[in-house]
Design a binder for this molecule. Structure first.
Ligand SMILES: Cc1cc2nc3c(=O)[nH]c(=O)nc-3n(C[C@H](O)[C@H](O)[C@H](O)COP(=O)(O)O)c2cc1C
Length: 360
């Protein structure tokens, strides 16, 4: 296996083993619609084997940050349709990342409403970036059992909408401290209904959402992103190894396209019970295609493919700054450097103006 070799992902033939990792770019309008600039951004990167979009809000309640896109209104769906058409016209494949931020939001940008979460436990020691600057996190509202079930339905409807918009599949964002991740860990989920308590109960939300997504996209049209060893956004758990091992074993029962596993990108000195080797600890438990993510370059990506620990590698910042990343790897060409100041918000600068090799 090599980065530049074709990969069969269910019935999708990918041009290479390089995925573009999902990246929020905060360039949608107030109504959560993406623009022609976003169409161009993804079209420019369609030589990736698989594009995964930025996190897309599944409902109004799901919104955590301003200028992030949605997929719950007709105009939002129509805007995404232009993106998928442009990518497909270039021979690319594209999955929509379905996002609910849960408690990682702020009432300032939610029409005064507190964010929803599994339990009324706020994030401590971090601030949230709002339209009025950085603010301490608030205590969220706990979802009722009925609201949990409605949220699962919102995910299913978002998948239906993603299908209408022409996506090849969907990925559940269950990583980095957002709602599904909040259900998983006992530091954020202290519910007493069937969605809290034991590991089995804390995994129920993610598994029911995944089942709902599979009913829409069928076999091999659904992926999931997990970050078992990332404590960011207050993702503290007393036994992450047991938790994520159980989850991955349960996911084996579903016909999934892939599991995207994020490496432990944060220091774990104070959390010695968090596994440092995510691929080695959890990847081997899965019967699904593993997409490895986090900190890879060409050489380390090739090494992981060669080791057999993963079949796909996803690149975030390298794809952000290099629209023709596969070509650059092929030619061993120098890479553009990512500009951190233009990652979130703004217009074409730092979005669609990174040069292609031929334009240099
Ligand atoms: C600007 C930016 C926005 C991101 N937004 C998301 C997101 O919406 N969803 C997600 O799952 N990960 C998001 N990530 C994380 C990336 O998908 C990826 O996991 C991370 O960048 C590590 O991969 P890399 O080292 O190849 O960049 C974001 C990363 C960056 C740099």
């Amino acid at each position: 296996m090599h980065l530049l070799e074709k990969v069969q992902l269910g019935n999708l033939e990918l041009q290479n083993a390089m995925a573009m990792a999902p990246m929020t770019r905060s360039r949608a309008n107030q109504a959560g619609e993406v623009s022609d600039l976003t169409r161009l951004y993804y079209e420019q990167r369609s030589s990736a084997g698989l594009l995964i979009t930025e996190g897309i809000n599944i409902s109004e309640d799901a919104i955590g940050s301003p200028f992030t896109p949605g997929i719950y209104t007709d105009t939002q769906i129509a805007a995404w349709q232009k993106v998928t058409q442009a990518v497909h016209a270039k021979g690319g494949k594209i999955f929509a990342q379905l996002w609910h931020t849960g408690r990682v939001g702020h009432s300032i940008d939610k029409n005064g409403k507190l964010p929803f979460a599994p339990s009324a436990i706020g994030i401590e020691g971090q601030q949230h970036f709002t339209t009025q600057g950085a603010k301490p996190y608030e205590t969220p509202q706990a979802l009722s059992t009925e609201q949990v079930k409605q949220t699962i339905e919102d995910y299913r409807q978002a998948a239906v909408n993603a299908k209408l918009a022409g996506f090849d599949g969907v990925e559940l964002h269950a990583a980095f401290g957002y709602l599904p991740n909040q259900f998983l860990v006992d530091g954020a989920n202290q519910r007493t209904d069937e969605y809290g308590g034991s590991i089995e109960n804390r995994c129920r939300f993610v598994l029911e959402v995944m089942q709902a997504l599979v009913t829409v996209f069928g076999e091999n049209g659904v992926g999931i992103k997990l970050s078992p060893s990332i404590p960011y956004n207050g993702m503290l758990d007393t036994n992450p190894t047991a938790l994520f091992s159980y989850l991955i074993e349960q996911l084996n029962q579903l016909p999934l396209a892939y599991i995207q596993l994020m490496n432990a990108l944060f220091p774990l000195d104070n959390l010695p019970h968090y596994p440092k080797d995510v691929l080695g600890t959890f990847g081997k438990l899965s019967k699904h295609v593993i997409m490895a993510n986090g900190g890879y370059d060409q050489e380390s990506g090739e090494q992981v493919l060669k080791s057999g620990m993963a079949k796909l590698i996803s690149y975030g910042v390298l794809f952000l700054a290099n629209p023709d990343l596969p070509k650059r790897f092929e030619l061993n060409a120098p890479l553009n450097q990512p500009d951190r100041a233009t990652m979130y918000g703004g217009a074409e600068k730092g979005y669609t103006d990174y040069p292609f090799l031929s334009n240099n």
